[in-house]
Design a protein around this ligand. Structure first.
Ligand code: PLP
Length: 432
């Protein structure tokens, strides 16, 4: 359920007409619904009300500080994967004691920064990272709270690029090797062993892989207990999918119920790292049609000709603004912001202005006929949308807008040409 609804053929975000925002803010832009963000966070978080838990929003899914601040206000924490994300989380007012740090490649500076900030947990992903963390913590004279990210070797049955819990993926420590590392870590002066974590992938539409990996983690925690190593936190990662098209992901309620049932008898605090399921359907990307064109084989003229190869709708948003279609072949529903009554339908490719054939938002998509100047809404773009955007083709990154009831606020202003070259210099030319 989200608050992007069509009234008499016109798309609204809560009580605000999307077309009105486009007139004032310009296109393209990301648009988020505060009511939807709150609703999704609470639906997820309250599903676990039966047990001691902490919902750490995966910052990489949608990193704007206004949105992180919103979740912090609802009692949420943050799952971060870089020093930059730590900076954002702190700037957004997230309690450091609700921040956990994942990722395979934490640098020495990043470890320093996170220790300084006093975060809740480091999800350590290798023996070398553990050694480095011990060194940095010793240097500071503190104890680093550690959870190891184990790789349970479970197939999440999702897209290959977003599956992370298979032995062949770069993430985590094979569950068998992890045991020795725990034993080793308990003997380290500046390491405090606190938890076990795993994250098997993203956009999962089944509960069973989560349960399969949780069972492996449970067995592992029991093995550790037998060795006298107690665990305060069990972290199950993120990964619950959303509906982009026809997918039928589990409802958080059912997901939570299945997990809580498995965890009966365990006293550890459960940590969850949801990203997509909270923000995915709470944001859209709004873009304007620049041109429409048809490509035909040479010598063929009319629409009826067999020579018609493709119709293209060229819009002002591109793969640098929303990478998912190009990167994963991902599907996003696309709808006109204002639908003309009785408009015929046609099958088109919706493409951006970037000089790459891979620059498309949708291919062979049936859409009501649109014209130059029409607005289109790319739905379900709240997760891995703006946060994955880049400046490729020297395109300033777009604005982000947050609607709250009948008002909206720009939570990130559109970049300018000046911001594109900020930090660049032409060397004075002196050769040494
Ligand atoms: C990306 C990521 C998440 C969030 O995944 P979603 O599919 O967006 O819920 C959680 N934990 C870790 C370690 C991640 O890398």
């Amino acid at each position: 359920m989200n608050h992007f609804v069509s009234k008499n053929g016109e798309l609204f975000c809560e009580q605000v007409a999307v077309a009105g925002i486009a007139r004032e803010v310009g296109t393209p832009f990301y648009l988020y619904s505060k009511a939807t963000l709150i609703r999704h966070f609470q639906a997820f978080d309250s599903a676990f009300a039966g047990i001691d838990h902490l919902t750490c929003f995966a910052v990489k899914a949608c990193s704007n500080i206004a949105i992180l601040n919103l979740f912090a206000g609802l009692g949420g924490g943050a799952d971060i994967v870089s020093g930059g994300e730590l900076y954002r989380a702190l700037a957004a007012g997230v309690d450091p004691q609700r921040i956990i740090y994942s990722g395979v490649g934490k640098t020495e500076q990043e470890l320093h920064y996170a220790l300084e900030a006093g975060i809740l947990l480091f999800n350590v992903e290798s023996a070398q990272e553990l050694a480095r963390l011990q060194e940095v913590a010793a240097d500071k004279g503190v104890k680093a709270p550690v959870s190891f990210r184990v790789n349970p070797d479970v197939d999440p049955q999702t897209h290959a690029y977003i599956s992370t819990g298979l032995a062949k993926n770069k993430f985590g420590i094979p569950i068998d090797e992890a045991f020795d590392l725990y034993v080793q870590a308990t003997g380290m002066e500046n390491i405090e062993v606190k938890g076990v974590s795993c994250h098997i992938g993203s956009q999962l539409t089944l509960i069973s892989p989560f349960i399969e990996s949780l069972r492996k983690v449970k067995t592992f925690v029991e093995r550790l207990a037998a060795k006298g190593i107690g665990i305060d936190f069990i972290d199950l990662g993120g990964g619950v999918g959303i509906t982009y098209d026809e997918e039928q992901p589990p409802h958080p309620r059912d997901y939570a119920a299945a997990i809580m049932k498995e965890l009966q008898g365990f006293t550890a605090t459960l940590i969850l790292e949801p990203g997509r399921v909270i923000v995915g359907n709470a944001g859209i990307l709004v873009t304007e049609v620049q041109y429409t064109k048809s490509n035909r084989r040479t010598g063929m003229k009319s629409d009826q000709d067999a020579g018609l190869v493709k119709k293209f709708v060229v819009v002002d948003a591109a793969m640098n603004d929303l990478a998912r279609p190009s990167l994963y072949g991902a599907y996003h529903a696309i709808v006109p912001v204002v639908e003309e009554k009785g408009a015929g339908r046609e099958v088109v490719d919706i493409v951006g202005p970037i000089c790459e054939t891979g620059d498309f938002l949708a291919r062979d998509r049936e859409l009501p006929r649109v014209e130059q100047g029409d607005l289109l809404a790319v739905m379900s773009a709240g997760a891995y949308g703006f946060s994955m955007s880049s400046n490729y083709n020297s395109r300033p990154r777009v604005a982000e807008v947050l609607v709250d009831g009948s008002h909206y606020a720009i939570i990130r202003r559109r970049e300018t040409f000046e911001s594109l070259i900020e930090g660049e210099t032409i060397p004075s030319g002196a050769e040494e």
